[in-house]
Structures are given as C-alpha cells and as structure tokens.
Design a protein around this ligand. Structure first.
Ligand code: A2P
Length: 254
C-alpha cells in the first residue's frame, strides 16, 4: 500500500489472467499493512482496501510493514513541525491479533511481519494463534542477518530478503557500499561463470532465505531467475559470510 502501486500491479495481473497467460493460483501476491493502520479495528479494512485497489479477492501473504505505529490518518508519513515522525502508541502485538482475522475471513492465505527483530518476534509468538509465515527484512552480503535467520528457522518463520543486491540504484546513497561491486564477489562470480547478482541471490537461497530482487529490465529479471543450475561451495559461502559489515540500505530511523 505504501509503495502506491497496488492499482497498477492488480491491473497487470488481471490483464494476464484475462489473456490466459497465468492463473491467479500461479502468482504469489504479497501486500503490507502500512504503519498508520496499526489500530486493530483498522487492519481488516486496510486489507480489504488493498484487495479492492488490486481488484483481486485474496492475498497470498499480508505483512505488517514494520513494528512501528505512526499517527493514524491520511498522511503516510505524519510529521511534527521539526520533521520528526509522529508515532502512535498501538502495540504491534494488538495489530497481530487483528492480522489473524484477515486469514479467518479468507482475505489472506498467510500472514507475516516485516522489519521485526527477534525480541519483537518473541512478543508476537506469545499471543499468536497463527505463527507468522514470513519475516521480510533487509538481507544481503553486507547485512547477512545470520542470527535472525537462525532464530526464525527454529520457529518455522521464512526470511524474505529485501534489497538483496543492496539496492544499487538508490539515488540518495550514491557512495554507499555496493555488494555488486565487491571484489571478492566479482572473483567468485568469474569462477562460477555467473554474474555477481546471481552469486548473491544463490548465496541467499543457500541460507534458506527468499530473495526478492527488484528489476524493471527483462534481461536482468531473467538473469535473476537463472540461479538454479549451480551451487556455491561451502568455502565460498563462508567467504561471503565474511563480507558482513552491518550496512543497512534502509535504516528505518526516524
Ligand atoms: P533495474 O531495474 O534497472 O534492473 P534491490 O533488489 O537490492 O533493491 O536492487 C534493485 C536494483 O538493482 C534495481 O535498481 C535494479 O535495476 C538493479 N538490478 C536488479 N537486478 C540486477 C542484476 N542482475 N544486475 C545488476 N543490477 C540489477
């Protein structure tokens, strides 16, 4: 909802269903509850609004976008006079209970969370009657999330890796560390006759995460799918593990 593209995404999917190219069940569709809709009574209506904008009748996965509640209202980023985000005091544990209603009503097949740390997940699990299926977090070789992956794996929570390539085209961060330009990754990629992007995605899959690289370029989309015909050896996985530097593309600071 916050990316403001549900209408376009829904129109694209519906057009391809109408043309007989895909069936709805061939697609795994995820949306997220934005931070200004954390009050329990807002959750089901927000989910229904997303479905109405998509023009579809169920989501495969609905996520709490972040463990942060913002002041309710029309402003997606409500700010005070000093430009600081205005928070709301809704506890995400209460939000989670309402997320479960989305499954019970058939609006979402699965529900999950995004940008949650292990302490926050523990609090959710204390009340959950449905375990979050997924925790979607930033994850790439410079922020490999090894502890969070292990924590979630023990609890049957799948990690979805966003910004898996380190979001290289993020204009605001031109001089930011760039995994795609990393010399060690370039050396590994050369040896496997794959691109650096493919090595990174393969690395993330071998750590049992689900990377979601964004591309609007057909050739790169195809390249990003072409990672199931090779496997990184354990020494190379360990070498990539060693690139960790706690770098965040998306720091979620206020
Ligand atoms: P483009 O859309 O022009 O392909 P992330 O998923 O980490 O946020 O990174 C997304 C960015 O990485 C996009 O700007 C995308 O640009 C670029 N990108 C996606 N796939 C590749 C690839 N295989 N090689 C290089 N850049 C890529």
């Amino acid at each position: 909802m916050m990316y403001k593209n549900e209408k376009e995404v829904g129109a694209g999917i519906r057009a391809k269903i109408a043309e007989g190219v895909v069936k709805r069940e061939d697609i795994f569709l995820t949306s997220k509850l934005w931070c200004t809709y954390h009050k329990p009574e807002q959750v089901v209506p927000a989910c229904k609004k997303s479905l109405s904008d998509l023009g579809l009748d169920y989501l495969d996965l609905y996520l709490i976008h972040a463990p942060l509640a913002y002041k309710e209202g029309d402003e997606l980023w409500p700010k005070d006079a000093n430009g600081k985000i205005i928070l709301s005091d809704v506890d995400y544990v209460e939000t989670w209970k309402a997320m479960e209603q989305c499954v019970k009503l058939g609006l979402a097949k699965s529900i999950g969370i995004s940008n949650f740390n292990s302490q926050q997940i523990k609090r959710i699990l204390e009340v959950a009657t449905i375990t979050p299926a997924v925790n979607q977090v930033e994850c790439h070789p410079y922020l490999n999330q090894s502890k969070l992956i292990a924590f979630c794996k023990e609890r049957n929570i799948v990690i979805t890796a966003y910004s898996p390539l380190g979001s290289p085209n993020s204009i605001a961060k031109e001089d930011a560390p760039a995994p795609l330009k990393d010399p060690k990754l370039q050396e590994i990629a050369k040896r496997y006759k794959k691109s650096v992007a493919q090595v990174i995605l393969r690395y993330l899959i071998q750590h049992d995460t689900v990377p979601i690289p964004k591309s609007s370029n057909k050739k790169r989309l195809q390249e990003n799918f072409d990672i199931f015909d090779f496997e990184l050896g354990s020494a190379d996985v360990a070498a990539i593990d060693g690139l960790e530097r706690n770098f965040r593309v998306c720091p979620y600071s206020e």
